[in-house]
Design a protein around this ligand. Structure first.
Ligand code: SF4
Ligand code: SF4
Length: 208
């Protein structure tokens, strides 16, 4: 069927009218901060206490924009006769955000939960070299990471939480048992001898 003359114009005007009557979505940034979804990919925060310098994130980063330096330290044996151990100590952790493509691979592959997305996005620079951010800055961003959503009440208890709960219960039971034993010992009657020794007439020698 041939199109009705002017139908295209009518459709266009209908779209225009519909759009005109809708509320505008323009955000008055920077006067008004945008309401971002809590899991926005703004920047990457580093929780360096969790980082073991395994280098997995740097190796998997498709842009090679994670720079990590470390050195080894010897940790003395925990018990006499034990073996000394060596551990990696982080010297430098930096991300070049001029190269980063916000794919999130580094966060996904980190086996120790040391990297997180923060919704912080106000870190524009006029010099591209300034977009390489070092560990102190990455650590500051860590505190802007939103808390994880609450657990589903019907979900299975995470094994880490179960292990921690069992350890606390065991410690509480041991403390209660120790307190009960101490109370029982305190309640037992004690026999004490008189200060000047046995009575004079209580022994045959004394009578003689
Ligand atoms: S988000 Fe992707 S590109 Fe950016 S540092 Fe992580 S792995 Fe590299
Ligand atoms: S993957 Fe995680 S633990 Fe390993 S070096 Fe990267 S941030 Fe550190």
């Amino acid at each position: 069927m041939p199109p009705i003359p002017g139908s295209g114009l009518a459709k266009g005007l209908a779209v225009t009218l519909r759009t005109m009557t809708k509320r505008s979505h323009t955000a008055q940034y920077p006067d008004v901060q945008p309401e971002l979804p809590p899991r926005s990919r703004g920047v990457i925060g580093l929780f360096e206490e969790n980082c073991t310098v395994c280098m997995l994130c740097a190796r998997e980063c498709p842009d090679w924009c994670i720079y990590i330096d470390s050195h080894k330290e010897t940790v003395p044996a925990a018990a006499p006769g034990g073996r000394e151990r060596s551990r990696n100590v982080l010297d430098r952790f930096a991300i070049d955000f001029s190269l980063c493509m916000y794919c999130g691979i580094c966060i996904e592959v980190c086996p120790f939960d040391a990297l997180f997305w923060s919704p912080e996005f106000e870190y524009a620079e006029t010099d591209i070299l300034e977009l390489t951010h070092e560990r102190d800055k990455l650590r500051e961003w860590m505190w802007t990471v939103p808390a994880p959503p609450a657990l589903d009440p019907a979900a299975e208890e995470p094994k880490e939480v179960a292990a921690a709960r069992k350890a606390v219960e065991k410690a509480e039971a041991a403390a209660a048992a120790a307190a009960a034993a101490a109370a029982a010992a305190a309640a037992e009657p004690t026999t004490t001898e008189p200060a000047d020794g046995p009575a004079a007439d209580s022994t045959p020698e004394a009578d003689a």
